[in-house]
Structures are given as C-alpha cells and as structure tokens.
Design a protein around this ligand. Sequence first.
Ligand SMILES: *[C@@H]1O[C@H](CO)[C@@H](O)[C@H](O)[C@H]1NC(C)=O
Ligand SMILES: *[C@@H]1O[C@H](CO)[C@@H](O)[C@H](O)[C@H]1NC(C)=O
Length: 146
Amino acid sequence: MRVASLLLALAALVVAVSAGTRPANATDLGTGCGGNCPGGCSKCPCGESSHYVSIADWCAKYSWDQKACQCIVSHESGGNANAVNENSNGSFDVGLWQVNSMNWNSCSGGAAPCDVETNLKCAIDVYRWGGNTFKLWSTCHVCGVC
Ligand SMILES: *[C@@H]1O[C@H](CO)[C@@H](O)[C@H](O)[C@H]1NC(C)=O
Ligand SMILES: *[C@@H]1O[C@H](CO)[C@@H](O)[C@H](O)[C@H]1NC(C)=O
C-alpha cells in the first residue's frame, strides 16, 4: 500500500515536470547546441544559448534593401545571433546572416562571427562580393532577391 502511494506520487511528479516548460535535453545540449543548431552540429561555435536580436534594427545598419535583408535574416537565423548550421561538406554557417566559415579568414580574423557587429561586417563583404546583391545567400531564392 505504501509502495503504491509512493509510485502514484512519483507518477504525479513526473507528469507535473513534463507539463512545465521543456528543459534542455541531451539532444539540445549535444548536436543541437541548445537549439542554436536545429540540424545538428559536431561542435557549437556560438555556444549553447540563444541570442535573439531585432532583425529590423540590425538590417537598418547598412544601406541595402531593408525588406530583402529582413527576409534573408529571417530565413537564415530567425534573428538568433548564435544560430549555427553545419553543412555536409563540413563548413559552418554562423550568426544572424549565417556567414560561411570559408569567409571567416577575410572578414572576422578566422573566428566564428557570432558577435552581431562582426557578423554584419561579414555580411556586407559577402553582399559586395555578390555585386551588391544577396545572390550569394541560398535563401535569395525564397526571398526573390537573387
Ligand atoms: C529534445 O530536444 C529535441 C531538439 O530540440 C526535440 O526534438 C526533442 O523532442 C526533445 N526531447 C524531449 C524529451 O524533450
Ligand atoms: C560547403 O557548402 C556550403 C553550403 O552548401 C557552401 O556555401 C560552401 O561554398 C561549400 N564549401 C566548399 C569549400 O565547397
């Protein structure tokens, strides 16, 4: 009888806990980088906590088409400055504009540009290399700005 009550109490506790906000789990903390790398990552170059910023405010810091920039950033990172994606070729896309690691040497001294200011600098470089367009972002298609 006592054991049964204890089990019931435990079951109630488990239900109460799982009904609350979802805690970070092993998947999040491992391949998912705490949610920063939804597709799974072998490492977490921007850590394991998110950092959401205003997409409109950050796009406004450069004279590109604002709607185009906001669409690109929305699709690339959703405004999470710590967003990361690991490509099948082993390269990483990082930050608000998901800057590819092959560009880090030239725009961020080789380090992952998780810092928003650095990410913006990298994005402006990539934008210029694309002839002042967003055509080097694969999301230019969904945004109609290639
Ligand atoms: C753990 O996190 C992953 C990735 O966010 C999610 O898909 C999964 O449902 C979570 N599992 C549990 C038990 O919360
Ligand atoms: C690796 O894949 C990414 C995403 O498709 C691409 O942007 C990048 O140019 C590739 N890098 C190399 C060295 O092929």
